[in-house]
Design a protein around this ligand. Sequence first.
Ligand SMILES: *[C@@H]1O[C@H](CO)[C@@H](O)[C@H](O)[C@H]1NC(C)=O
Ligand SMILES: *[C@@H]1O[C@H](CO)[C@@H](O)[C@H](O)[C@H]1NC(C)=O
Ligand SMILES: *[C@@H]1O[C@H](CO)[C@@H](O)[C@H](O)[C@H]1NC(C)=O
Length: 690
Amino acid sequence: MKFDSFAVVGLAMAAVVSAAVRPDQTVLSNYDQDLYLVELGPGETRWIPEDEKWALRRAGINFMDITDTPELGALRALDVRRDATVQFPKKPAYNDSLVPLLKELKQKNMHKNLEKFTSFHTRYYKSTYGAESSAWLYSKVNQTIYDSGAAEYGVRVETFEHSWGQNSIIATIPGKSDKTVVVGAHQDSINLFLPSILSAPGADDDGSGTVTILEALRVLLESESIIKGNAPNTVEFHWYSAEEGGLLGSQAIFSAYEKEGRDVKAMLQQDMTGYTHKTFEAGEPESVGVITDFVNPNLTEFIKKIITQYCSIPYVLTKCGYACSDHASASKAGYPSAFVIESDFKYSDNKIHTSQDRMEFLDFDHMLQHARMTLALASPKLRTFTGSAYSQRTLGFETPEIMERVQNLNPFVKREQHDKRAIIIFRFLTLFTWLLVFALSILFSVKAPANGKTIWDQNKAHPTPFSLNPESTSFYWLLLLLLQFGYLYCLFTFDAELVKVAANVGSHFIAHNLLTSAFILLWVHSHLWIGELVLVINSFNLTSLYFRHLRTQPFIHIPVVTGPLAWNFVAVLSNGAAMVGAHSLAARILANVAIWSILFYGFFFMGAFKDYPIGFELAILSASLAVHQHGIRVFALQWIFALVIAILLLTAALAISIPPIFGKELIWRRLDDDESDYEDHERDALLGDE
Ligand SMILES: *[C@@H]1O[C@H](CO)[C@@H](O)[C@H](O)[C@H]1NC(C)=O
Ligand SMILES: *[C@@H]1O[C@H](CO)[C@@H](O)[C@H](O)[C@H]1NC(C)=O
Ligand SMILES: *[C@@H]1O[C@H](CO)[C@@H](O)[C@H](O)[C@H]1NC(C)=O
């Protein structure tokens, strides 16, 4: 392979460097021997010296070093119960409480941990550096457990010691049973040219997997229910030593598990989770690579579903050969295992095993996707695998609790994923109800219904302190309907992420359209009291929409959230005044006071969330009020107040929106400082984001 030319350079350098071997680079291990027994495929073994091990790896040939673990899998193979298969859920049930946890995953932490982890000269398993990096990782995991408060509930971390000096690390979150789900990565790195001398930052291989699962662990421990042991299964996080030496650490662990009769129901390995450069270069979509050879097909099938449900990028199926990472040890021990890598295998990182496997080549956005998958696999609902490794019997699915059923049916629930049917229903209802509002508002603006008045004749028939100007209000509505066209585009596009965000507000928007249609019909037929009730109901609908989706994109936020909300607020006042026929002196005075609520309403949203669109919208409506009140001049002061309010709202909205346009601080975008570079780039963002 192409590494051969490197090998020559490496050897030349060896001559130079060997004179200057650092004294603390002494080999720790008493594992050294003349020959090692390696397995290159099922049953295909041979004895080779160590340098031949590295030659094999340089040539891209994987193997297991089975010198110490020739019996791995033999016990369970003899066990009659071995025939049993683990049943995985047909579909990962959507777990609503997982969503807030997913949002807690932070690139910043992965970045910080990887910075430290790659700062060791090498993490070669037989070096003092490897022992030091392992000690650091151990204390980091320990600290994570203590910081979360999980230690007092029995969540723990232990070292698994090996003869070569670098320990493996195992963190355990006990659940209701001993049935265990293992999430793994390997902590050692290697420079294949001169492992004991040259540096091996191992950022991608497998520093990336190490910090990915560490971040997933940190967030998992934020769930009180999980740390208190309410999860149906035990979850373990493994950081293996000596993967590069032929899966030594993981074989030792699974060999021990096999002897102890441990019941591991699933093992997921992630080795390299951060490199996307070659994928993009090839013009391929960013995706997660799901390995399909030498893995458990049923677990792999389940992992694919988890990716579809919980990651915002797709997966691509790929292969990596026999024993290409630690999942092979679990497999050999008879435990179902799967392997997920950063991309299609052919686009994976080719700088690994050299001094160039550095952090700056990695994509932390991508690592976040792996962390999401890890969290989803390790979180309780998904661990209720039916059946058992030791039982042929297929148990039924656990009956979902009533609450969960309700959640599944509730159309207003925010989801990370909508099934295809739901999307079709959303599209149909949204288009239909939007057309309904459009048709009714145009129709009744120009034509009176059989026994009613047109919208604006009705307005004229009820001159109140809150009557609006027909032209400017019509303009507002036309603009709003036009902008809503942009929202429809989001819902109908092929961009799955946009569709998801749009569908999440879909139910509220459909409700808004239906309520608004009802209001128009009631208004033109002079059913003002019921109309007011409908407006108030819509206020609840829109307010709840606002607060549940604070961070939608502007082209959804403006036409679907603030535009209707601002109008609905003014309509409640306007229709309310018409309904009571506010003509007495008391009513006029009340109107002079009540009109200021428009100002407070706008100031509230601008003050609390920097939401200037709603400021502009209320300013337009208030100006419309001023124009009309000035025209009729029935109510003293009202037009002046309305004008002042419009001006104040406009000024405030401008004050909030202009500086970011000219300064670097764009309100629709995250601040561009160092910190936020590693923030979670969830594509929803923005309003009110501090
Ligand atoms: C996968 O699941 C099917 C159906 O449940 C089962 O028959 C099969 O044995 C399983 N395969 C493995 C390798 O576990
Ligand atoms: C783990 O962390 C706790 C709290 O910081 C500390 O008291 C304890 O000594 C640590 N354990 C080990 C083995 O480092
Ligand atoms: C969903 O996950 C949370 C923790 O993330 C857990 O407490 C809850 O029981 C799960 N819900 C179901 C229905 O499994």
